[in-house]
Design a protein around this ligand. Structure first.
Ligand SMILES: [Zn+2]
Length: 332
């Protein structure tokens, strides 16, 4: 059920919706068209409003001779994590490169939405989440009449993969990401950034960071069927000693910022906003997924909690959290 409390500007979204403790969705649908960065295929993605409690879902439409297929965006839907996060069902992969739109939805505090994609891969657009943010901001968010439900991390969970390392640990104040990248390349080197993820910080510091790749990898990627839609319009391309894009970088540390963007999208597969701090060192989609799986598999490491209505306590307003009914993603 959708109640009619419109919030149209970014400031009002942050000041009203996020602090209300209630779930959100989009006020109306919005669509973007482009090509898939790996497939090179043209595609339209439509973000639809969804009911409270339904979470983030994908619908793959436009299947030749087939019915639309729907997937709940949770870790059970992850079909692959090579070069992109691919979601699918028992019949196989359905939607590739889901992480950027998930990142925008999570970053802006959208709890419920149905993401319809009429091709096998979400469009790469300019390589960042900024076009999704602009589209969501244009229609605005709507408050729903169920309390927001958070996945609260109760104890640290760590995963190491080769020289990459990921950890999620408790943070009752909100969702924070600490990221570090290190590449043997003079244009990147070592970059690190830590950020409390909220709609205002997401818009300012994360959304515009673009996908990046290395010129030396292009031939191998193409021969493996990846990056067929990549261009300087949608990918920050790095050679040994320079950035090939004529406009250069949007941030001096755009690379680590994009890693954060990806991590926020991948962790949206928790099924709700996280109260925790995620640290990723030299990570990627595979590590993000592995940490989320390790967390969810340990039932003592997390709990669903939901916002309770603000109540006055000795002259000030206290916003509390209480255990939520168990209707989270199934774990198997
Ligand atoms: Zn990415």
């Amino acid at each position: 059920m959708i109640c009619c409390v419109p919030f149209t500007t970014a400031a009002r979204v942050w000041g009203g919706v996020m602090k209300s403790g209630r779930q959100t969705t989009l006020r109306q649908q919005t669509a973007l068209s482009g090509v898939g960065v790996h497939s090179g295929l043209p595609v339209t993605i439509t973000l639809h409003p969804a009911d409270a409690g339904s979470g983030l879902r994908f619908v793959r439409s436009g299947i030749n001779g087939g019915r639309d297929r729907e997937i709940v965006a949770d870790i059970g839907a992850v079909a692959a994590t090579e070069f992109a996060t691919v979601l699918g069902d028992a019949n196989g992969p359905l939607i590739s490169t889901a992480e950027h739109v998930l990142s925008a939805l999570c970053g802006l505090g959208v709890d419920n939405a149905t993401v319809e994609v009429d091709g096998p891969e979400a469009p790469i657009l300019d390589g960042s989440a900024a076009p999704f943010v602009a589209a969501i901001d244009q229609v605005g968010l709507q408050l729903l009449d169920l309390p927001r439900r958070y996945l609260k991390v109760l104890k640290p969970v760590r995963v190491a993969l080769a020289d990459a390392f990921g950890e999620i640990r408790p943070n009752p104040r909100g969702f924070r990401v600490e990221a570090e990248v290190e590449f043997d390349n003079t244009m990147i080197g070592r970059q690190s950034l830590a950020l409390d993820v909220r709609p205002d910080t997401y818009r300012r510091d994360i959304a515009r960071a673009r996908t990046f790749g290395f010129m030396r990898d292009v031939a191998n990627l193409w021969s493996a069927g990846y990056a067929l839609g990549a261009s300087l319009e949608n990918t920050l391309v790095v050679s040994d000693h320079r950035i090939l894009n004529p406009e250069g970088t949007r941030f001096p540390d755009e690379f680590v910022r994009h890693k954060m963007l990806d991590a926020i999208g991948d962790l949206a597969l928790a099924g709700g906003p996280i109260l925790g701090t995620y640290r990723t060192v030299k990570g990627g989609h595979k590590l993000n997924y592995a940490v989320l799986c390790a967390l969810m598999e340990d039932a003592s490491a997390w709990i669903w909690v939901e916002d309770v209505a603000p109540r006055p306590v000795r002259g000030h307003i206290d916003v509390g959290l209480r255990p939520a009914p168990a209707f989270g993603p199934e774990i198997s």
